[in-house]
Design a protein around this ligand. Structure first.
Ligand SMILES: Cc1cc2nc3c(=O)[nH]c(=O)nc-3n(C[C@H](O)[C@H](O)[C@H](O)COP(=O)(O)OP(=O)(O)OC[C@H]3O[C@@H](n4cnc5c(N)ncnc54)[C@H](O)[C@@H]3O)c2cc1C
Length: 361
């Protein structure tokens, strides 16, 4: 079974008939894996009117697309979707199957892994391919190595040696979409699927109000950590003061530099439920493994130690400025502009510097 399994599959999501950014990222991840194992990338597409998205997938790195196109698939309904995808898996036996680690991807991937009796590594930030030997299990060639933060301070490398497909969800923000190449050719193939009757149905879909914080779409993210609770001498400070500095820096970057700026936070600061920050910072501001992954042009880590779970959510930022009193803080290992000092002294200086700047032409 493991030998005959072929193809690196990607579950493709659409929004208004176009592939989502998350799907383009997972296509890029799949391309990297497929090139290493010399196999094809196959996009799995379910919906109503998916032809345009199928061509888009080919231009962004898929060698083929297997699709189900029918009005029944116009609205996401997991029971029907899982039946169809499971039928595809059984018919074609892929080597690997990747999903975006977003709500829909997590919903589908776990259920399909269960049905297909295989493993699932969630929230991966990297994917590699390696041989693996184990004195008990034996030797395995070309395994997909699924890399994700563990529950402590380390990165876990997860293998699925004896079952196929090797299934993984990929955290958004960790792979850059491949540029479209309209000349790429791929095999776009319909999969015949007849769904059954389901004990439940989707009656209505209501849009949730959009999050007031668009961390993933910002040019600059200014993130605050537990360090804002004390000044450089260890004396307690009202953290609202640091928040207001962050707002001033945001305003200066927006007005003087034209950079869309958002305020982020560590999970530790959010979970500390500091009353002064009530209504100012909440889960929608969280950057990291269990928050949003960001890769802005500029990231400010203010009073943040740089724990692994925070770093995996921001380490792809183009430039990182870190302000911390502790020169040994792990955040300095990835900072391009390390500022060893008290944030209550350094933030006003940064604000002044940016306020003095003018927008470059
Ligand atoms: C399963 C799991 C998931 C997690 N997910 C996330 C996640 O998504 N995002 C996340 O952020 N964390 C996450 N965490 C928590 C993470 O492990 C760390 O606990 C957290 O990131 C630490 O937050 P911090 O840097 O604000 O606090 P600390 O680690 O306490 O760091 C505070 C820093 O501030 C500095 N400092 C103190 N005073 C000042 C001052 N006046 N000026 C300048 N610097 C100062 C200190 O030197 C210190 O380095 C997760 C943990 C687990 C187990």
């Amino acid at each position: 079974m493991t030998e005959e399994a072929k193809g690196v599959w990607v579950y493709l999501q659409t929004e208004k008939d176009e592939l989502t950014k998350d799907s383009l990222e997972v296509l890029a991840a799949a391309r990297k894996v497929a090139d290493k194992v010399r196999q094809e990338v196959v996009g799995i597409l379910l919906g109503n009117g998916v032809e345009g998205a199928a061509k888009q997938a080919v231009s962004h790195g898929a060698d083929g697309v297997l699709f189900v196109d029918s009005p029944e698939f116009g609205t996401y309904f997991n029971l029907r979707y899982i039946d169809a995808i499971y039928a595809m898996v059984m018919a074609r036996k892929p080597y690997a199957f990747l999903f975006a680690a977003n709500e829909l991807g997590k919903d589908l991937a776990a259920r399909i892994a269960f049905r297909a009796v295989t493993g699932l590594a969630t929230d991966n930030v990297q994917l590699e391919v390696e041989d693996y030997s184990n004195p008990v299990l034996g030797d395995f060639k070309n395994l997909l190595i699924q890399i994700r933060p563990d529950f402590g301070t380390r990165l876990a490398r997860i293998y699925t040696p004896r079952h196929r497909p090797q299934m993984a969800t990929v955290r958004p923000g960790n792979f850059a979409p491949l540029p479209p190449d309209p000349k790429r050719k791929g095999k776009i193939e319909r999969f015949d699927f007849k769904g059954g009757d389901y004990p439940a149905m989707v009656k209505e879909i209501l849009e949730l109000p959009p999050s007031p914080v668009d961390l993933a779409g910002a040019d600059v993210v200014i993130s605050l950590g537990l360090g804002i609770l004390k000044d450089g001498s260890g004396r307690p400070r009202n953290p609202k003061e640091a928040y207001e500095y962050a707002v001033q820096l945001k305003q200066a970057l927006e007005t003087k530099r034209g950079l869309k700026t958002e305020i982020g936070a560590t999970r530790a600061l959010i979970y500390a439920e500091v009353k002064e920050l009530d209504g100012l910072i909440d889960k929608s501001n969280q950057v990291g493994q269990t928050g949003t992954t960001v890769a802005p042009k500029l990231y400010f880590a203010v009073g943040i130690s740089g724990a692994l779970q925070h770093r995996v959510g921001m380490q792809k930022s183009a430039k990182i400025v870190a302000v911390n009193t502790d020169p040994e803080a792990p955040i300095f290992k990835i900072a391009h502009y390390p500022i060893v000092g008290d944030l209550y002294v350094e933030l006003p200086k940064l604000i002044k510097t940016v306020q003095g700047a003018t927008i470059a032409n």
